[in-house]
Design a protein around this ligand. Sequence first.
Ligand code: OGA
Ligand code: MN
Length: 297
Amino acid sequence: MTTLQLEPLHPFAAEASGIDLSQPLSPAQVREVEAAMDRHAVLVFRGQPLTEDQQIAFARNFGPLDMGLHKVKTGPRRFRHAELADISNVKVDGELADRAHAKIVSNLANQLWHSDSSFQRPRAKYSMLSAVVVPAEGGDTEYADLRMAYDALPAWRRQQLEQRVAVHYALHSRFLLGDTEYTEAQRRAIEPAHWPLVQTDPRSGRRILFVGAHACEVLGMTVPEGRMLLMDLLEHATQREFVYRHRWQVGDLVMWDNTATLHRGRHYDFAQRRELRRATTEEVTTSVEAQALELAA
Ligand code: OGA
Ligand code: MN
């Protein structure tokens, strides 16, 4: 029985309806969502405000939950569940964060093209972001399809990237922004992760150009040459035709596949409230991981 309806928004993004995300999903519904994710990589559910508990329950259908930068940045949190990332410009006391606050730095880092948790192993699979408060203008989120990006690479480039491995480091994007005040222990809290630049999705069989702001070096290349290559590839992967832009409404839940897409937040006025909440699953498949280890050896 089909319950999930899909309305394409872009070649790789679709609006999904027909499933109430606040209720427990049947195994068949979970499989339908996963199959839709294999095809589209970004699903937009409109008009589905979730409580914290409902959002966690929905996310757990798809695997164990990821904790992101939690290992580096500890301290008080706004949510009862450590598994929910507070994607907002609001402090623990509920007041707007001022310009120099760490929350604002996190917001800015999220405005660089990235794949959630690509700096760790296991990396993130699905992110599920729910909109609670949105600003009047700005603050959209953009998504880029890394499968379309691979497909559009010329043959010489594909050949050059074959067997190449990138190093993804948790604080690289922070350093890029000049956010460098971390202790040695924080710098070392998350070992860099190695991922092949070209991957094959074990579910859809499609090839993926896996880049993003956490990638800082290419194994076997000098740092400048590797970094320039990564910048070129990122520019290629985020051309407008590979990008879907999401304009948020309160109650939207957007689900994306971090192993097949990049995303970034867009500018908004930090004096206006923007509150979103994210649950993310860990990738459970080990085939890409195995390939990465083999290539890095
Ligand atoms: C995230 C993220 C971007 C945004 O939630 O992982 O990067 O637009 N969000 O808030
Ligand atoms: Mn993110």
